[in-house]
Ligand binder design. Structure first.
Ligand code: DP6
Length: 326
């Protein structure tokens, strides 16, 4: 009744921003991402008949009350499915800073889903695990399958899940994450997501995102880096247009974010091909081909205000481990 999973975070080329169903976390558009080998969460879950309550293990990453409640609600979903009522002990560890704009909820809920479902004795396939993970955090459903992943648009719980487009070794693309802030972001993606309909531009973004799905899926399959990069950058900017025109408005960028965006455009004009994308935070994710990654990383580290760079290859999604955290 004990299991451990390690899941990668992911970076979206077409992004999830806005939901048609808040409860089930069904998004307004499909999305596409690559898993990040360098940004992982490891989680151990044990169901124990001796426990009276659900607990976060003392040697775990310490969660605040809101985060712990969200974790235990997710465990409830899994208990219901497995028809068990035992309480759980949960321990979790990230290898990157939480709330710094790296999608920690993606790797967290993917790892939690796979660990808890296995500990509960459920035998679920990748699609079913992805559906479950999605209900914990939308982007987490894309951290279940391996490599380059598509989250299908779907209007029911059964239809909204993620699937592999290509395995990690299909294409050596790197994501360099430039950390521009260490503290928690001010507006979480769960809240930002809920505001999209206050923006007058939301409907057009959703429509364009569906177009981006076709373009990016094909670019990945064809290993067409220029198309992937250009479309990813445009799609990211459209998300931020929605955030900036939401009521109340959300501005995720800081001056360093903008400095990096401008630098990437300059490098490109000089022949060093790289593109940026930005999630619900101030960090910038640079997309680059393997052969250019070290050169771009060196330039990135030299920019004033860049605190650190995480250099990630394409990762494996969620896997089970034999070693437990407790
Ligand atoms: C901007 O998956 O964090 O990173 O479902 O509320 O947990 P919740 O939202 P979350 O949103 C991620 C939004 C994004 C874009 C993306 O990863 O697709």
């Amino acid at each position: 009744m004990k299991a451990t999973s390690r899941a990668t975070s992911n970076i979206a080329f077409v992004k999830y921003w806005g939901r048609i169903n808040e409860q089930l976390r069904l998004p307004m558009n499909g999305s596409i991402s690559m898993n990040l080998a360098a940004a992982t969460t490891t989680t151990t879950v044990e169901f124990d008949p001796k426990l009276e309550f659900d607990y976060i293990h003392p040697q775990s990453l310490q969660l605040n009350e809101k985060q712990a409640t969200r974790v235990f609600q997710h465990i409830d979903r899994i208990r219901k499915l497995a028809k068990i009522d035992m309480r759980a002990m949960v321990a979790t560890q990230n290898n990157f800073p939480m709330g710094a704009g790296i999608a920690s909820s993606a790797s967290a809920f993917a790892a939690l889903t796979v660990a808890a479902a296995t500990a509960a004795g459920l035998e679920l396939d990748t699609r079913e695990l992805s559906i479950l993970a999605r209900q914990g955090s939308g982007s987490a459903c894309r951290s279940v399958p391996s490599g380059f992943v598509e989250w299908h648009y779907g209007e029911t719980n059964e239809d909204s899940y993620a699937e592999q487009i290509a395995p990690p070794d299909h294409w050596d693309i790197r994501n360099l994450i430039a950390i521009t802030q260490a503290e928690h972001k001010t507006v979480g993606s769960a809240e930002g997501n809920a505001l999209v309909e206050t923006s007058p531009f939301n409907a057009i973004r959703v429509q364009l995102a569906q177009e981006s799905m076709k373009i990016i899926r094909k670019a990945i399959l064809d290993r067409d880096f220029t198309t992937l990069g250009e479309e990813t950058e445009r799609e990211a900017i459209r998300l931020h247009v929605i955030a900036m025109t939401s009521v109340p408005m959300i501005l995720y960028w800081n001056p360093v974010t903008v400095r990096i965006m401008q630098a990437v455009m300059t490098w490109r004009n000089e022949g060093l091909e790289s593109y940026f994308t930005i999630d619900a935070g101030a960090n910038v994710h640079i997309i680059v081909q393997g052969q250019d990654a070290d050169a771009v990383e060196t330039r990135l580290r030299a920019i004033e205000g860049v605190r650190d760079v995480i250099h990630s290859r394409v990762g494996n999604g969620a896997i089970l481990l034999n070693e437990h955290l407790f």
